[in-house]
Design a protein around this ligand. Sequence first.
Ligand code: XLS
Ligand code: MG
Length: 347
Amino acid sequence: MTTLSHSYKFCFGPWNISEGADPYGPPTRPAQSFDWKLAQLKQLGFDAMMFHDDDAVPDIDNKSPQQMVKEAKELGKKLADAGIAAEMVAPRLWFSPMTIDGAYTSNDPKARQYAIERSLKCIDIAQVLKTKLIVLWLAREGTYLRESKNGRRSTEYLVAAIDKMLAHDKKVRIAIEPKPNEPMDVAYIPTIGHAIALGYQTRDPKRVGALIESAHAILAGLDPADEIDFAMSFGKLWSLHLNDQNGLKFDQDKPFGSNNLRLAFNQVRALERSRYGAHGEYVAFDVHPFRATKEAHTLDHLANSRRTFLRLLEKARAFDDAAAQKLVADRNYQALDQMVLEHLMGK
Ligand code: XLS
Ligand code: MG
């Protein structure tokens, strides 16, 4: 089994070991310390941790630049001592009162300035943690009613903000993570096509790529495997959040393959055919335990997602492509459909 995972490296964020609170009820499991979470990572067969800026430097808005660097260095030492890489750092632009009406696309120029300044701090933290990758999940860039903003101006604001980040650090690479909604009613940059197009408007498009999350593609009514293929054809898939989603509802961050095994199988096939990871990219599982999960099973959603990925990797590599191509050449799609199903069901 381990030989199959050699070409993929795995990652999760501290937020993926969550306590079960949801909008309708309190936590159901005790909070775990950061150090506890870090200690589990290697044991679960993972290689890196991804961070929000305030995972790396808590209460970042109230820290001086010197204090921020000091705390980031302390974290960097912890990671180095544990042999764990930092995959990326993402500015958490959806908590602060400054981002109530959006961050980069807020109608308030002071809020837009706050969002950019916070993003530059995030880049400084990434430098200390020795990662060049910044992920922008544009959580609050959207509207509850379209008349409150102007889509063209919002696009221009997003380009201007990214340009400021690209100018701040000549080595930084930015991956835009699209999502069509939630927390917004309708979000800007809803799909990977929008994210990649936005990058081409910036001052240095070769440093702007994208991140795909399975559930976000499903929420947009799209097939995550197609989104992966599209991004890979542009060389723009620089990070990846594999998980799952049962239809068009709140973002469930379910374990990979939990709802759509065939969709998961085709995501792995898409990664394989484009050799995702060949330039050091990680497979992250942006997943949460079910609220009903007991404390004793706090990590199982991560272990299961990685195990499912590796089992589907075996399936993808064992799939008889030659036989499949014969059925395609004969346009015998019923037989091809059944062939895939029986392959997944096992003989
Ligand atoms: C949304 C984002 C989020 C992280 C990264 O899915 O990936 O999970 O906070 O910004
Ligand atoms: Mg995500």
